[in-house]
Design a protein around this ligand. Sequence first.
Ligand code: ADP
Ligand code: MG
Length: 188
Amino acid sequence: MNKDEKARLRKTLLQRRASLPPEERKEKGEKIRDNFFSLPFYEKSKTIMFYLSLPTEVPTDEMIERAFLEGKKIAVPCIKEGNIFPSLLTSPSQTEIGRFRIREPKKKKFISTEELDLVVVPGCGFDLKGHRIGFGKGFYDRFLSELKESVPLVALAFEIQIIEEIPSDKWDVQMDYIVTERRIIKIK
Ligand code: ADP
Ligand code: MG
C-alpha cells in the first residue's frame, strides 16, 4: 500500500515548498523558466499545455506570456467532474478561479489532447526516475495516460521537491524531463 506513504511525503513536500521565501521562489522560478526555454523540442512545438500556477507552485505566468508572444498555442487544464480537459488560453489575462482555486480561462475553448505537442506538469515532488506525487486525486495520471507516447512530459520543480524515491503505483505516469533551477533532468 503506497497510499499512506504518498500522503506522508505529499505533506512534507508541500510544507517544504510553501516555506520557500518569496524572493527565493522568484529567483529560482526565473532560472526554471530559462531552463525550460532551453529545451530543444520547445521550438518545434506548436501547442503547449501549461498549468496556471497556484501561489506556491513553480510560477508559469511569465513562461506562458513568452510562449504566447512567440506564437505558441497555449492550452491549460480545466477540471470537470474529476477530469482534466485542455482548453485554449487565448488571452493570458482572461482567467477566473475554478475548482480547487485553480485559475481557468474565462472563455473556454476545449481542444483535443491530440493537438498537444508538449505538456508541462506541476507536482508536489518527483524522483530521478520521473515518478511524481500530485495532489492525491490522480488527475494528471488519468489525463497523461491518454496522450500519445511521443509527447514530452516536462515537470517543473524546485530542487527541494526532488527526493530519493517516490513510491509508484501501476496508474502513475512517469515524467520525461524534470526542469529545476539547477538542472534539466532527462529521465532514462
Ligand atoms: P497523485 O498522482 O495525484 O499523487 P495517486 O497516484 O495516488 O495520486 O492517484 C490517486 C487516485 O487516482 C488513485 O487512488 C487511483 O485510483 C486514481 N487513478 C489514478 N490514475 C488513474 C487511472 N488512469 N485510471 C483510474 N484511476 C486512476
Ligand atoms: Mg499518481
